[in-house]
Design a protein around this ligand. Structure first.
Ligand code: 2P0
Length: 326
């Protein structure tokens, strides 16, 4: 009746930006991401508590935050076909939650894996990925490690919309992701609201969706060959295009800060000097730099020189995993 799971956040190389079904969290497009180690969220679920309790990073969750967690566990109860009673959930992350690092992705992946185990359901990546998706779209890509592809699926019930692992973390141990925290503040527009606004009002949105499936295939090929330059160039272009859809929304929406632009423009100069470093950028001001092990120190130094207040060096991460209960 009690289980604890640890999951890593992920950074999308081809991004998810927009839903075709808001309730089931079904995307307009497929996406492909990489999990980030050593960053993690650890979540414990215990059924049979006196009442539903949700504690996130030491605070009692309220409102929509609490509702999202409890709704996911409602699905677990239905799947287990058992009256498991109220649930106590305790979740804690080890990285800045508002850094735009998809903490919700790691959190809901850990919740899905722990929730299924606490209910006595078998360990099944596909079922856990679908469950995690119901909490937060990108969470479906944090159930397994390495490079995971969220296939958009076609079915209206979402049963074919889940992530599959394309390459495990050991496929490319030399790859490095350097998270450059430009701004620790909470973003003004949450991803969920920003993507909905973009889908509803941006004339560029259909072009973004049209390109996505082909980009997933191309990224897969670059990863297969461990071609950092080709991967970096495609990731940058994909990030620019995602942000371009938001710039064109009405009213326009920008997640970049002046510091973001200063850093990402500087990368061009660094590449001319022979440093292999590219960026990707989620719905926030903090770029993630892609490079190799030989250049991670240089990438950190240039992020700091461009104003990063904190830098986190990451390597490809593994699967979400259950922890032994004591
Ligand atoms: C991604 N992002 O592919 C994209 C790129 C942000 C930019 O997935 O509404 O927290 O819970 O499904 O997954 C962030 O959005 O949104 C996100 P919901 P989510 O990683």
């Amino acid at each position: 009746m009690k289980a604890t799971a640890l999951a890593h956040p992920n950074i999308a190389l081809v991004k998810y930006w927009g839903k075709r079904d808001d309730a089931l969290i079904l995307p307009h497009q497929s996406s492909l991401s990489l999990t980030l180690s050593p960053l993690s969220v650890t979540t414990t679920v215990e059924f049979g508590a006196a009442s539903d309790q949700v504690e996130l990073n030491g605070h009692t969750a309220k409102g929509s935050e609490r509702d999202r967690v409890l709704r996911l566990l409602e699905t677990v109860r239905a799947q287990a076909k058992a009256d498991l009673g109220p649930a106590k959930v305790v979740s804690r992350g080890d990285f800045p939650m508002a850094a735009g690092l998809a903490s919700s992705a790691a959190g809901f992946a850990a919740l899905a894996v722990a929730g299924r185990a606490a209910a006595g359901l078998p360990s099944e990546p596909r079922a856990a990925s679908i469950l995690a998706r119901l909490g937060s779209g990108s969470a479906c890509r944090s159930v397994q490690g390495g490079f995971c592809e969220w296939q958009r699926g076609e079915r209206p019930d979402g049963e074919d919309s889940f992530a599959v692992q394309r390459f495990d973390a050991a496929h490319w141990p030399d790859l490095r992701m350097v998270v450059a925290i430009i701004d620790r503040g909470e973003k003004e527009v949450k991803s969920r609201d920003g993507m909905k606004h973009t889908v509803d009002t941006s004339p560029y949105y259909p072009a973004w969706v049209k390109d996505a499936e082909a980009e997933v295939v191309q990224v897969r090929e670059h990863i297969a060959k461990r071609d950092l330059q080709a991967l970096g160039e495609l990731c940058e272009r994909n990030a620019w295009r995602m942000h371009a859809t938001s710039f064109a929304a009405n009213p326009p929406l920008s997640y970049m800060s002046p510091g973001t632009l200063a850093l990402i423009q500087h990368l061009k100069e660094q590449r001319k000097k022979g440093i292999p470093v590219w960026f990707t950028l989620d719905a926030g001001p903090n770029p993630v730099l892609l490079t190799d092990a030989a250049h991670e120190v240089a990438a950190e130094a240039l992020a700091r020189a461009c104003g990063a207040v904190e830098v986190i060096r990451c390597v490809p991460g593994g699967d979400a995993e259950l922890k032994a209960e004591h």
